[in-house]
Design a protein around this ligand. Structure first.
Ligand code: UD2
Ligand code: MN
Length: 497
């Protein structure tokens, strides 16, 4: 005969099979399970919209990570066993950094708060403008793209973050199509715009800016991690003066071990002829924060001001030169570029662009730079062409396109001269000219020392030079400045640290 189960047993089954799942759902969606938001400056969130000031909100939803034991947590370096080398190398070219390792690190990892100590005490206004964060990307690695977006969501005061716009510059990878839409649909603030044809980062950013709803535009590269308190100091600058264009300090995420590294020597962005971007220490008597040229990737700008300045020259293709264009334009037409020491964003610097250029890379960048030189450099454009770009003067060789609109814009905005810019913004600029045996060589943006079609090659024995036909794929033809005053050093040399 069958025995009737006891009441206790029925209750037990009921609890286990019906109530427990219900209870778990309620528990996991409860406040306890949501990312913790740390208002280190006291809970002043309710004061945020009232007039007045508050301490910078040190928001960080990742300071208590879900998995504190995961690799790379808190920006620590990860040393993989040698047995993983083959896998690391196999995936390296997907992004020109350690993609294999990046994929193992949580997309919402914590990073060390690298701000100078006083930053957390700084006051900012309660009624700061809102911002649209614009990431443009082409074939970005999945884990770094996600980490970039999460770092913005987790470390930005929600009331200041109007939206995040992802502009997909005609990526070819499948995961960036359907899967990205699905993933981002859990974040109502994230919008994806897809360009039908590859436009390059300049026109991709313009496409994002055209539909942005925030009062301030914040441009970021798609392989970054924003640090604690990164946003408010940028917005505060724009709030105080809408013609100020603030840039965060760009910290380094190692391309090899993915560690987040503090930048503690304060540098500003500069250029050398022929319009080669570089970093240099601030001169003794110089203003600590003024920055003659921005690196290009990371900055905030008042949206209306961006469009008043004519945004970017839309004739610039794919990559390169747009940081020179926007920098000269801002300074010469009444604005200022400033690096904000309390705002920090890590960026993976890659040895090479991991994506293809629709046309030749070198020709694309040269053409962009020539457009900038023609519009902004006045008589100094001769110095640009003189440093290895004589061939660009032959209009039959390279068509730099129509510049009428850009030249008209400069007139309309009544911008100052390039001489004014050099005298006032970058008075310590020097012109590196390498002289040897009566020849005048030019140092080019490809880091070669060039005389017509010949380039100086270092010899692997460590002493002596030869002159060989230029070829930008050869390491022995690459030379760089290790510090602003150093001699040019061959990339074959290893210097003591
Ligand atoms: C630096 C800037 C970068 C840009 C560039 C000069 C920083 C940290 N980075 O080089 O923002 O100013 O100098 O142009 O200051 N991308 C596209 N379409 C393209 C090419 C690139 O959407 O056709 C995206 C790319 O996925 C990335 C961003 O544009 O998110 C910048 O490109 P990058 O990371 O290759 O440039 P980077 O850091 O070498
Ligand atoms: Mn980048």
């Amino acid at each position: 005969t069958h025995t009737i189960p006891s009441c206790n047993f029925i209750y037990f089954c009921l609890l286990t099979f019906f109530l427990l799942p219900f209870y778990l759902i309620v528990y996991f969606s409860s406040e306890d399970m949501k990312p913790k938001i740390d208002l280190q400056a006291g809970d002043n969130s309710s004061a945020v919209r009232k007039p007045g000031v508050h301490k910078v909100l040190s928001l960080d939803a990742t300071h208590a990570p879900r998995d504190p034991n995961a690799v790379g947590q808190f920006g620590q370096p990860v040393i993989l066993p040698g047995s993983k080398n083959a896998e690391v190398m196999k995936r390296w070219n997907e992004g020109h950094f350690n993609v294999y390792l990046s994929d193992q690190i949580p997309v919402d990892r914590g990073v060390p708060d690298t701000r100078p100590e006083t930053c957390a005490q700084n006051l900012v206004h309660n009624n700061l403008p809102t911002t649209t964060v614009i990431f443009c990307f082409v074939d970005e690695v999945w884990s770094t793209l996600l980490r970039s977006v999460h770092s913005v969501l987790n470390r930005s005061p929600p009331h200041l973050l109007k939206e995040i716009i992802l502009v997909d510059d005609a990526s070819t990878k499948d995961y960036l199509k359907k899967q990205l839409d699905e993933y981002m649909s859990q974040f109502p603030k994230v919008r994806i715009i897809r360009l039908k044809e590859r436009q390059g980062l300049i026109r991709a950013r313009l496409a994002g800016a055209a539909v942005a709803k925030g009062e301030v535009l914040t441009f970021l590269d798609s392989h970054i991690e924003c640090n604690v308190g990164w946003l408010e100091p940028l917005l505060e600058r724009v709030y105080l003066d809408r013609k100020k264009v603030p840039c965060p300090v760009i910290e380094v995420i190692s391309d090899k071990d993915m560690s987040y590294m503090l930048v503690d020597n304060f540098q500003r962005g500069i250029f050398k002829w022929p319009l080669v971007f570089g970093w240099s220490p601030v001169p003794e008597d110089g203003n600590r924060t003024l920055c003659p040229v921005m690196a290009g990737g990371l900055f905030s700008i008042d949206k209306k001001y961006f469009f008043e300045l004519g945004a970017y020259d839309p004739g610039l293709d794919v990559w390169g030169g747009e940081n020179m264009e926007i920098s000269f334009k801002i300074w010469m037409c009444g604005g200022e570029i400033e690096i904000i020491p309390c705002s920090r964003v890590g960026h993976i610097f890659r040895g090479q662009n991991p994506y293809k250029f629709p046309k030749d890379r070198q020709k694309t960048v040269e053409r962009n730079l020539a457009r900038v030189a023609e519009v902004w450099l006045d008589e100094y454009k001769d110095l640009f062409y003189g440093h290895g770009y004589q061939h660009l003067l032959d209009k039959k060789v390279i068509d730099i396109g129509n510049l009428t609109e850009q030249i008209e814009l400069r007139k309309k905005l009544k911008c100052k001269s390039f001489k004014w810019y050099l005298d006032n913004v970058f008075p310590d600029m020097d012109t590196p000219a390498v002289k040897a045996e009566g020849l005048q060589f030019n140092y080019t943006w490809l880091k070669s020392i060039r005389h017509q079609d010949l380039c100086v090659a270092a010899q692997s024995t460590g002493s002596g030079f030869t002159l060989v036909p230029c070829d930008n794929t050869k390491r022995e033809l690459r030379w760089s400045y290790k510090t602003s005053n150093s001699a040019l050093v061959s990339s074959l040399c290893r210097l003591p640290p």
